[in-house]
Design a protein around this ligand. Structure first.
Ligand code: THU
Length: 138
């Protein structure tokens, strides 16, 4: 679902603010994200790294896990901000997690210069694997 202009501005502000809190002492690549839930609530997140490198959690996943842990299981829009040109899109792992809670989500990738790339989960993860792909267990 495309956000309204007001929601888009709020999502961008939340992601930009979250990016300031990125814990990225190893990659020096701060990322901010914000997600809009079906009920209209915004959750933000930043990437959180570890000295044990593979334990990193991307900004998008932090935002989604915050939403889910508060009981919001439907994500309609994801915004991510990175200082890259063009703005970077969510990594493959994040695409899978976004698909779990927002297979039809609208995705906007920004950079601090104000460039934006608009896309959708259908474009980022075609033929995504999800719960419906699994055989019924009961
Ligand atoms: N990162 C994200 O937060 N989101 C992505 O979609 C791609 C990568 C983070 C993980 C790591 O802290 C840093 O960016 C470099 O990969």
């Amino acid at each position: 679902m495309s956000p309204t202009a007001e929601q888009r501005a709020a999502l961008l502000a939340a992601a930009t603010d979250a990016r300031k809190r990125a814990y990225a002492p190893y990659s020096h690549f701060p990322v901010g994200a914000a997600v809009l839930t079906r009920s209209g609530v915004i959750y933000s997140g930043c990437n959180v790294e570890s000295a044990s490198y593979p334990l990193v959690c991307c900004a998008e996943r932090v935002a989604i896990y915050k939403a889910v842990s508060d009981g919001h299981l439907e994500i309609v829009c994801v915004v991510v901000i990175t200082d890259t040109s063009p703005p970077a899109a969510p990594c493959g792992g994040c695409r899978q997690v976004i698909h779990e809670f927002g297979a039809d989500a609208h995705v906007v990738c920004f950079n601090p210069a104000g460039d934006a790339r608009e896309t959708s989960m259908a474009t980022l993860l075609p033929l995504g694997f999800g719960g419906a792909s699994l055989p019924a267990t009961r």
